[in-house]
Design a protein around this ligand. Sequence first.
Ligand SMILES: C[S@@+](CC[C@H](N)C(=O)[O-])C[C@H]1O[C@@H](n2cnc3c(N)ncnc32)[C@H](O)[C@@H]1O
Length: 211
Amino acid sequence: MTHAFDEEYWEQHWQQGRMGDAPPNPYLARELGDLPPGTALDAGCGAGAEAIWLAEHGWQVTAADISAEALVRAAGRAATSGAAERVQWVQADLAIWEPSAPFDLVTTSYAHPAMPQLEFYDRLAGWVAPGGTLLVVGHLHTSGHGHGHDSGHGHDSDDHPPAEATATAAAVTARLDGTQWDLVTADEQQRTVPGRELPLHDVVVRAVRRR
Ligand SMILES: C[S@@+](CC[C@H](N)C(=O)[O-])C[C@H]1O[C@@H](n2cnc3c(N)ncnc32)[C@H](O)[C@@H]1O
């Protein structure tokens, strides 16, 4: 199936309600659990699990998504979490949106916009404050992508992430200038999700912008 990952696609996706209220992915706790909280952007926050996790861990979160429907759902979840006051929900197309100030943390989990994936990560990297952290969690580019892989993140069996919505750790880290960034994590791994037959293939990159 060919389509653009544009606002109409994502709005429909969330209105159809195919994605359940998944728990936050495990990389947040693994990669960010020891960081002192500050300001954070969750880019493409979807139903808000990661944004809420960050807020519960003391971060002041800007959670942005192109889909108004996703944000309604996310805000509803946050309301019962006790962390709602630390999350600002922003409906924005992050391909064109610009923040008013850089963040101590910019993270994204499985967001894939209509623009090229690696250029999207370039934009996110540009919003990290000196000393701040970039955490990218995405669909790993494998030979299986586009051929029956069920990601569980917005793609049913007929609509899995196409190659252009995926990346490798090497491709993501190659975009980070070694004179400006200290690379902490560059992982490619599989994980199983309860109730889901096929494993997820993930890419996880964490880097700190030098001061
Ligand atoms: C596969 S979902 C992932 C949601 C959530 N981060 C998670 O891990 O479950 C991708 C999200 O990215 C959002 N998105 C896609 N393109 C976007 C854009 N240009 N600007 C902002 N959000 C976007 C979608 O609306 C969707 O909620």
